[in-house]
Structure formats: structure tokens, C-alpha cells
Design a binder for this molecule. Sequence first.
Ligand code: E4P
Length: 214
Amino acid sequence: MAIFLDSSDLNEIRQLMATGVVSGITTNPLIISKENPGVDLKTHILEIVSMSKLPTSVELTTETEAEMVAEAREYTRWHPEHIVIKVPMTEVVRHDKTPVNVTCIMSFNQAYLSALAGATYVSIFSGRVRDMGYEPAKIIEQTRAALDREKLKAQIIVGSIRHIGDVNEALHAGAHIVTVPPAILRKMCWNPRTTETIREFNDAWKADRSKRKR
Ligand code: E4P
């Protein structure tokens, strides 16, 4: 199971890459607009790719098939090795050899059809599914079972993560990847009892060392 970072913030990416647990980056037009308003997309995405050297999902914003294919080809040209085309789930999910992350998925059917169409990743939106009153875990479990049963190559990315609990639920339900906002990844590293224990150990050590000096 892998962790991706759900962010386009260069500082956050740089810092959290240091944890050694991040193996991909996901962005979307809302994240980029919030974290990097008015940015030149090509320059910014290439900075992320050159810094992380990880699969980086870039989302299409056009809506006709011809425009989407042209936009996808443009982004792929930027960096064919690391750029993953993020295609919002519509009828237009078929594609050529380019790695595709079919996104904005809210149901098992959408995930299954995307995998059948040859998607590299199918992105299920945990928080937004829960907003509709449905259980994300059920959709993840059903999708994982179908992918394994039919030996489809797609990997499940669970996004729209709001709480650490969403990460744990996605893991236990069979997600291959969970993409987490920086704040959630930091919270996953942190535990008050851990901080307390480190404090206790270091205080004891300092006290012992200072006694030695006397
Ligand atoms: C990830 O790929 C998604 O774009 C992102 O997690 C969506 O999160 P949101 O539902 O909080 O906007």
C-alpha cells in the first residue's frame, strides 16, 4: 500500500518527501488554485516533477473529447516519464498508452468501468462519497474485489481524505494508494504519548549526563 501527497505546494512536498513515505503526487484544479493562485501550470508542475521525481497527476479541465485528448498530449509532452493524466470520470475515459488516473469517482460502477477501459489509477473520493451519505469502504472493497477477481491492472487511489480515520478505513478496505493532504500526513506521524515519552527519555538522559560532569 502506498501514500501519495495531495498537494501542489512546493514547500510541503519538499518537507514531506523527507519522510521517505511519499511515492506520488496528486493535484487538481481546486488544490492548485488554492495553494498556488495564478501560477503558470507548466512551470509549476515541472518544478514538482523535478523535485519529487514521482508520478504526478495533472487534471484535465477541458470538456470535449478532442480538447481533452489535445490537453492530455500537451501535459504528457511536458514530462512523459512522471506526468499522469487525471481524467474526470465521464464517458471519455478511453485513452492511448499514457498513464491515466480516472478521478472524481463516487461509485463502484464508475471505478469498475474506468478499470475496464484500462486506467492506471481509479480515484475514489472518500469524503465526498460520505457527504452523500454513502459508505466509501463498501465502494473500495467492491472495487478491490472486482480488480483482483478480473486481474485488472488498475490501482485504487482513495482521495478526498478529511481525517486520519479515512486513511485507516481506506487501507483496511483494500485501497492500493491513499492520497493525503500534508496536514493529515503530519498528523499520522504524530502522537501525544510519543512526544511525552521522547521528552521523558531525553530529560532522564540529560539529568544523568549532567550528574556525570559534576
Ligand atoms: C485527489 O486526487 C482528489 O483530487 C482530492 O483528494 C479531492 O479532495 P476534496 O474532495 O477534498 O476536494
